[in-house]
Structures are given as C-alpha cells and as structure tokens.
Design a binder for this molecule. Sequence first.
Ligand SMILES: CC(C)(COP(=O)(O)OP(=O)(O)OC[C@H]1O[C@@H](n2cnc3c(N)ncnc32)[C@H](O)[C@@H]1OP(=O)(O)O)[C@@H](O)C(=O)NCCC(=O)NCCS
Length: 168
Amino acid sequence: MVETGMSDDIKLRFDTTGVDWAVAANVLKRAPLSIREPDKIQATFENSNLVCFAWFNNELVGMARALSDGVYQSVIYDLCILPEHQGKHLGSRIMKALTKRLNTPSVVLWSVPGKEKFYARLGFNPMLTAMALVKDPDYEGLPVLGLGIMRFFGFFQVQPCRAIARHG
Ligand SMILES: CC(C)(COP(=O)(O)OP(=O)(O)OC[C@H]1O[C@@H](n2cnc3c(N)ncnc32)[C@H](O)[C@@H]1OP(=O)(O)O)[C@@H](O)C(=O)NCCC(=O)NCCS
C-alpha cells in the first residue's frame, strides 16, 4: 500500500519491499537515533506488526515501526527521518499514519530526551508510572565512536528515555 501526502513527493509504504537494511541503518544513524547492525534492524522490522517507510523517489528517507495486540495496546518504535527531510511534517505524517492504522485505544512510545513536545503535539502525554526492565542491546558491542555519539545525544542516562502514551 502506498500513501501520498503533504511532505513534498514523499510516499509512505507499509511494507518492507525494496528496503536495503544497510541503508536503513544509515537513516537510523544519521537521524540520529541509534547505531545498529542491518540484520538486527531487518529482524526488528520484519517481526513488527506495522512498519512504515518514507520514500523520496527511490531513496529511503524515514521509517518507524509498531507492535500491537490489535485490540487494546500498541507501542511505536524507531521513528526517524533523515536530517535534510526533518521539519517538513514528515515525522507527524508517519505518526498519524501509524496511529490510524494501529487503531487501538492506547498507543505508547519512548521519547528520546528533547522530543517530548513533538509527541505532545500529536496528543501523547507523559506516563508518570511507566516501569521498564531494560537491557539495551545497542549498548553492548557498540563501536567507541557510536557509543560516544549516543552519549552525546543523551542516551544511557539512568532514565534513558521518557515513556509517553496516547489514549483514544
Ligand atoms: C523527531 C522527528 C521524528 C520529528 O520529525 P519531523 O518531520 O522533523 O517533525 P515535524 O516536521 O513533523 O514536526 C511537527 C511539529 O513538531 C515540532 N517539533 C518537531 N520536533 C520538535 C522538538 N524536538 N521539540 C518541539 N517541537 C518539535 C515542529 O516544529 C512542528 O511544528 P509545527 O507543526 O508548528 O510546524 C525527527 O526530527 C527525527 O527523526 N529526529 C531524530 C530521531 C529521533 O529523535 N526520533 C524520535 C525517537 S523517540
């Protein structure tokens, strides 16, 4: 399925057709969001209930994925846009497309520090009692440079990310 919208000529696709996972790893790295092995990114997206990829012509410029029980609860992960395509409402467009398709009364996500207002504009609220048992696979085995970049952007604090929910 292909969806067109306001963000220039960028099309949203909700399947993994045509995705080069090394390119996807580069989008995650450059956004920046995370440094991960392409095969792990492929596994996480292929194991997700809903995926979204943003294509500018044949170039992958953004993506996100979600897990869902299809009835009550969904959780969105890995929203990221290439820097040159940020600030053009593509992130909002992907979020709206995902929440519409998920169609569960509750949608949860973990905001990286500094992005809470972006999600608040979309109706998400902080979850003050969120609890997590976290062993971050990205932390182990990261190249020193990658680890430094992640720390620079505020990852790996005692409370690494903020949980945010939207209840429909
Ligand atoms: C966060 C991200 C997905 C937002 O996507 P985007 O396409 O740049 O955002 P949009 O253009 O849709 O922004 C929508 C609105 O939110 C605002 N906004 C965006 N980021 C914001 C922030 N960090 N704080 C406050 N407002 C923000 C925009 O100004 C815009 O406001 P407007 O409607 O008045 O113009 C994108 O910047 C990104 O990929 N960042 C790096 C990776 C990342 O941090 N991902 C989030 C993981 S939790």
